[in-house]
Design a protein around this ligand. Structure first.
Ligand code: ZN
Length: 144
C-alpha cells in the first residue's frame, strides 16, 4: 500500500499529478512545471476548492477564516507552522469565508475560525475556535 502513488492537485493549473510517496517535495507538475506541493497553506477559492477536496488522495485540512476576525489572524502563523510540521502528509488550505460565501454556507460554517479535515473527498473531522500549531498537528494526526 505504501507504494501507491498520491494524486496531488497542482496549485497553479489544477492538473492532477501522480506522485510516488517520498517524492512529494521534489514533484513538479507534468503540465505547468510548478511545484505540486509545498509546505505552506494554499488559499483556495470556488473551483480550486472543489478540485482539491475531491481529487486529492492526501488529506486536506482547511482553515475557514475571515480577514476581519482577530482569532483567525492570530491563528494564521500557527496554521503556517502546522503546515510545515504536517508536510508532506497533509495539505493545509485556507478559505476566506467573507469572499467565498457559497463554500461557507455549503459546509454550514457558523463561526470562524472553523477547521475541517477532509480525506478522500469527505469531511472526517471538524473543530471551531483557534488552536496553536502543536494542537493543530495533534488534532489532525489523531483524526486521521
Ligand atoms: Zn500545474
Amino acid at each position: 500500500m505504501t507504494n501507491e502513488s498520491h494524486h496531488i492537485v497542482c496549485p497553479q493549473c489544477r492538473a492532477i499529478n501522480r506522485v510516488q510517496p517520498g517524492r512529494e517535495s521534489q514533484a513538479t507538475c507534468g503540465k505547468c512545471k510548478s511545484k505540486v506541493f509545498e509546505n505552506q497553506p494554499l488559499e483556495l477559492v470556488g473551483p480550486t476548492f472543489d478540485r482539491h477536496i475531491a481529487k486529492s488522495t492526501l488529506p486536506v485540512l482547511v482553515d475557514f477564516y475571515s480577514p476581519s476576525c482577530g482569532p483567525c489572524l492570530m491563528m494564521g502563523p500557527e496554521f503556517a507552522k502546522a503546515a510545515e510540521t504536517l508536510y508532506p502528509d497533509v495539505r493545509l488550505a485556507k478559505v476566506d469565508t467573507s469572499a467565498e460565501g457559497a463554500i461557507a454556507s455549503r459546509f454550514g460554517i457558523q463561526a470562524v475560525p472553523t477547521l475541517i479535515l477532509f480525506n478522500g473527498g469527505r469531511e472526517i473531522a471538524r473543530q471551531s475556535g483557534a488552536m496553536g500549531a502543536k494542537d493543530l498537528v495533534n488534532w489532525t494526526r489523531s483524526s486521521l
